[in-house]
Design a binder for this molecule. Structure first.
Ligand code: ASP
Length: 410
């Protein structure tokens, strides 16, 4: 009997961790870091290969099937409201816990590293927001800049529906056909997920080990607890009460995507899996998923926003700086913006930290305090990001009257 994909991935994850520990015990971790990791790189490259054509064809074919500007407007409003609301809830959970547990007060870390090029990131947020409008749509596709590609594809899809026949039908059919091919190709790559996940995990664990965790245990615990509250309590309650969705069934449907998000630390790289899981396992239509998911993978990052807030206040606590109420408010707002601006790639959240530190006048070197454990926390926050995207997609599908969901409460 063939094992289900999510079990294969789970097993690969465990074997990867064990393998990495064995490599550290017997001193061949450099082999894992340099050689075994190549399998992980190949897997990520293959996923990245499909992202742009998948997003373009999926959004265009999705928007053409939404039909009419009224539906389009309503869907956009719902999507944005869900994203903003859940991100804010996540940040507030983090804010509450970091003020409750005070992980940074009196912490002597002794592992400060000064990251390079801190200042260059500070201006990035404004550029990102402005950059949503591509000057050259082909250039942004070539460069793999997801947000402007989404923007252009949405417009292109919308204006196909405004075009006369036979052009409208030709283009609708064409992009639907491309989308079908991209999904087939994606499925093929997804077959290799267990191998990729094994290699990615083995590399991270071989590289990090467990020594770095001790001095930052309080900080990690705060982030992980807050992430858990958001992922295991807040979002499931919303799913259950607002959408009549069974959270357990939904986790099961999304498990391959969630495990891949955890292993790759990249919402964007996971997008092909997220899309196929939500459509094939949860039964959401492509019409909804193609609109909500690519956008979500890029701008809806509950886990990242929560982590930004906890990390900024943790850094302030370590430096012995008391943040006033208004400063904490600024942290909340900038954490929200930073999570929207962060790309769905590994450690994007860490880069965006500089924006928050800058906004409340904290030393940028503070980023160095949390660097050692960032990769591990990145895995968790990325899984939460993808969990929130997929929960939102299912909720919106229900609210749009879709009946075919398999994850509905019985
Ligand atoms: N790695 C995260 C993601 O792709 C972003 C982050 O660094 O927080 O969703």
């Amino acid at each position: 009997m063939k094992m289900k994909l999510h079990w294969q991935i789970f097993l690969a994850l465990i074997i990867g961790v064990i393998f990495a520990f064995i490599s550290r015990a017997f001193g061949f971790e450099s082999l894992v870091i340099e050689q075994v990791s190549i399998l992980g790189d190949i897997f990520i490259r293959a996923l990245r290969m499909v992202i742009i054509p998948l997003i373009v064809s999926s959004i265009i074919s999705g928007v053409t099937s939404i039909g009419g500007s009224k539906n389009f407007g309503r869907l956009s409003l719902k999507t944005m409201s869900y994203y903003l609301l859940t991100t804010l809830l996540a940040i507030l959970t983090g804010l509450f816990l970091v003020n409750l547990l005070h992980p940074g007060v009196g912490a002597h870390l002794g592992l400060e590293q000064i990251p390079e090029n801190l200042n260059s990131n500070v201006e990035k947020l404004g550029d990102t927001l402005m950059g949503i409008i591509p000057v050259n749509p082909l250039a942004v596709m070539v460069e793999g800049k997801i947000l402007p590609v989404i923007f252009f594809s949405l417009l292109f899809g919308y204006f196909i529906t405004r075009t006369q026949q036979p052009y409208q039908k030709i283009l609708t059919d064409f992009f639907e056909a491309v989308f079908q091919v991209m999904m087939k190709l994606t499925h093929f790559i997804i077959l290799f997920t267990p191998i990729g996940v094994f290699a990615l995990i083995a590399k991270i664990v071989a590289q990090t080990g467990t020594d770095v965790f001790l001095p930052l245990a309080g900080y990690m615990l705060t982030v992980i607890s807050a992430l858990s509250i958001h992922a295991f309590i807040t979002l499931p309650l919303i799913l259950y009460f607002a959408g009549g969705i069974n959270p357990f069934a939904h986790v099961k449907a999304m498990s391959a995507a969630l495990l891949t998000a955890f292993s790759t630390s990249s919402s964007s790289a996971t997008l092909p899996l997220t899309m196929s899981s939500i459509e094939e396992n949860a039964g959401v239509s492509n019409k909804i998923s193609s609109f909500v998911l690519p956008l979500g993978a890029t701008i809806n990052m509950d886990g990242t926003a929560l982590y930004e807030c906890v990390a900024a206040i943790f850094i302030a606590q370590v430096y012995g700086i008391d943040l006033s109420f208004s400063q904490q408010f600024i942290v909340v707002i900038t954490a929200l913006l930073a999570s929207i601006g962060a790309a769905g790639i590994p450690m994007a959240g860490l880069v965006m930290m500089t924006i928050i530190l800058n906004a409340v006048g904290l030393p940028l070197e503070g980023v160095g305090l949390i660097l050692a454990v960032d990769r591990i926390l990145d895995m968790m926050r990325t899984a939460v990001n993808v969990w929130s995207d997929s929960s939102g997609t299912a909720l919106i599908a229900v609210s749009e009257g879709e009946k075919g969901l398999t994850v509905l409460r019985k």
